[in-house]
Design a protein around this ligand. Structure first.
Ligand code: KIV
Ligand code: NA
Length: 263
């Protein structure tokens, strides 16, 4: 059955975990859909894993449109979520709308943007105009230069309270989904129980409503440094299909992430 915001919301209410992977082309989209991946994220991580850049900042809206079109052709029942790249939405809500339209016309069914409560007005504007939004909080890689590196976020009482407040504000603004990257597992669990919409974690522990990993990380293809939260699913698999199926099964069973992948 084709995934929609409604089926994903139902998964949260029923306590069944959402399995998401990043995807950048049609063949992997088809493979992942066949292996039971619920959502495909056309991530701006493609700047690093596909284009070889040192961060996600050089990725353009045109790059995202191209890869979204490729993924949408193979996605089948999986819901296609596409990242709004750096500089394509932060200026004002009108810019965010125009950029989101380009992604939706390329086949995205939801868009993702990075930022806390300051993005609430933009999210409300997009949702009112027919564009489901996933809000990405915690470590927001497009802000690596102001954050001073790729570090765990939401540590300490003040930062934790801020993250929880951001999650509430963004949900009230109409976000359909919340993604948390590199936050303490206990905090991600608290956020997930505090808001009505599904949460997806990466380096956020086992208590979120779903998980995501970058495909090049979990297939052990990316040559760069691996974060603590990455698991190499090729280690116990003979084929890519097996690795992806194992990932789906372990997310659904909540056996991934294990304590060694958490903060
Ligand atoms: O671009 C990406 O792959 C992402 C995930 C790390 C969540 O945003
Ligand atoms: Na991203």
């Amino acid at each position: 059955m084709k995934h929609t915001v409604t089926t994903l919301q139902k998964m949260k209410s029923e306590g069944s975990k959402i399995a998401m992977l990043t995807c950048y082309d049609a063949s992997f989209a088809s493979l992942m859909n066949q292996c039971g991946v619920d959502m495909l994220l056309v991530g701006d991580s493609l700047g690093m894993v596909v284009q070889g850049a040192g961060s996600t900042l050089p990725v353009t809206l045109q790059d995202m449109v191209y890869h979204t079109r490729c993924v949408a052709r193979g996605a089948g029942d999986a819901l296609v979520l596409a990242d709004l790249p750096f500089g394509s939405y932060q200026q004002d809500k009108e810019q965010a709308f125009a950029s989101s339209v380009a992604l939706m016309q390329a086949g995205a069914e939801m868009v993702k943007l990075e930022g806390g409560a300051f993005m609430a007005e933009t999210i409300a504007f997009l949702v009112a105009r027919g564009i489901p939004v996933c809000a990405h909080i915690g470590l927001t890689p497009q802000s690596v230069n102001t954050l001073g590196g790729y570090k765990v976020q939401g540590k300490g009482d003040m930062q934790a309270a801020q993250l929880l407040q951001d999650a509430r504000t963004l949900t009230e603004a109409g976000a359909h989904m919340l993604l948390m990257e590199m936050v303490p597992a206990a905090l991600a669990g608290e956020v997930s129980r505090s808001i009505a919409v599904p949460t997806i974690g990466i380096g956020a522990g086992p208590e979120t409503d779903g998980q995501v990993l970058v495909m090049h990380d979990m297939l052990d293809v990316y040559p760069g440094k691996k974060a603590r939260f990455v698991k190499n699913f090729m280690a116990d698999a003979g084929t890519i299909q097996q690795a992806v199926s194992n990932y789906v099964q372990q997310v659904k069973a909540a056996t991934f992430p294990a304590p060694e992948h958490c903060y």
